[in-house]
Design a protein around this ligand. Structure first.
Ligand code: G3I
Length: 367
């Protein structure tokens, strides 16, 4: 489902000069070690520069910070709850539902006219007591599985434009599919079941299967594509493919573009669903922070350009997994390390980084 505003072309047109200026400034820093040059003047808002929806993962705890919400509303037109719409928040041990936190996210999105992307209904990491105790009774388990999906996806029917119905089904090494409670009780059909139940609950939502490391692990991408093809062949209402794109400065040039092109071969809408680029690269020795930010900018530019080059009907959204560096999951334990990671497009203070300029320049080139 492409953003109506984008489809209608009603987005304010930014001057080509400004977009080209951004591109020239960034290419001018090619090969230089010092901090990437950034154009003078204000960054065009990402949501205006892009001919598609630009999303961010949000955390309810930050919504009372006006600096955070000001930047969020200026730059993004879609939100994903990074935690508050998950089973671990909604499903009580007794099998009851608590919608306080997901309603807070949905209410914020509605008040500000933001698209809402639901994340996520079923995930291999979930092993809630309310389901564990039904594991011995397949029929009861399947009924509770269906009831959960109908209740959650149904609650945000007409507001959530899409759902990550099943998150991360492919095995970590890309060989086969993850073992998890859902598969143990229902078999691999747990994926198709979830899609059918979500379709019944939310007829207009784009229903995604979503995974990570698809850019860097060819086996995992191949397994993900096989699953998608099998689901489509079986008539499951798979409506889109999500690639999380949790990258690092070690990610090799071209990997992201190749992955997006492969995902697009099935003709479904694509969601770059959780983009960030960790600057704590492992393999390459980046001696100075500036070269890390330059590499990050190049990767964000590659991602945005490849996404913008998709046919409009396949551009669901490009979502970054957080707003400012300080909001990133990579700055929170247990991933925080020395707290130096700078994975997003805006720095701790909310100022645009070279990656933000690279995004703006790329969407002008790609679309
Ligand atoms: O805010 C509560 C706090 O009140 C409570 O005391 C504490 C007790 O543990 O939990 C806090 O919530 C934490 C929440 O993030 C909000 O920060 C949860 O513990 C913590 O598990 C949760 O982590 C989230 C993680 O998914 C697990 O759900 C991360 O924020 C979120 O960024 C991360 O996102 C995942 C995607 O869903 C799937 N793709 C990978 C991505 C990164 O791991």
């Amino acid at each position: 489902m492409v953003n109506a505003e984008a489809r209608s072309g009603s987005r304010p047109q930014l001057s080509r000069r400004l977009l080209l200026g951004s591109a020239l400034a960034l290419t001018a820093c090619k090969g230089r070690a010092q901090a990437p040059a950034m154009p003078s003047g204000p960054l065009p808002p990402l949501r205006q520069a892009a001919p598609f929806s630009v999303g961010a993962a949000i955390n309810v705890g930050a919504l009372d910070d006006p600096a955070y919400t000001g930047l969020l509303l200026a730059e993004f037109d879609q939100v994903t709850a990074d935690w508050q719409m998950k089973m671990e928040v909604i499903l009580n041990p007794d099998g009851g539902f608590d919608f306080t936190q997901p309603d807070a996210v949905a209410g914020f999105a509605a008040r500000h006219g933001l698209r809402l992307h639901g994340h996520n209904l079923i995930w291999y990491t979930y092993r809630p007591p309310a389901f564990e105790r039904l594991a011995g009774d397949r029929a009861a388990f399947a009924a509770a599985y269906r009831n959960y999906i109908l209740a959650v996806a149904g609650r945000y029917r007409g507001q959530a434009v899409g759902w990550d119905v099943v998150n991360e089904p492919v095995a970590e090494d890309g060989i086969g599919y993850r073992d998890c409670l859902w598969r143990q009780v229902l078999g691999m059909e747990y994926v198709a079941r979830a899609l059918h139940d979500a379709r019944e609950a939310a007829p207009d939502a784009v229903l995604f299967v979503n995974d990570y490391n698809l850019e860097s692990n060819p086996n995992k991408l191949a397994g993900f594509m096989r699953l998608a093809e099998q689901l489509l062949s079986a008539g499951a209402p798979l409506g889109g493919l999500g690639t999380q794109a949790h990258l690092t400065v070690d990610t090799q040039p071209g990997q992201v573009r190749a992955c997006i092109r492969t995902l697009a071969t099935l003709g479904l809408p694509i969601h770059v669903s959780e983009l960030d680029v960790s600057t704590r690269g492992r393999r390459l020795d980046f001696s100075d922070p500036a070269s890390r930010l330059d590499k990050q900018a190049r990767l964000v530019g590659e991602t945005a350009e490849a996404f913008a080059a998709l046919p409009e009907r396949q551009r669901y959204a490009l979502t970054t997994w957080g707003v400012r560096d300080q909001d990133s999951w990579l700055r929170r334990a247990p991933n925080a390390g020395d707290g130096s990671d700078r994975p997003l497009l805006f720095d701790d203070a909310g100022a645009p980084k070279p990656a933000a300029w690279a995004f703006v320049a790329a969407v002008g080139r790609g679309s």
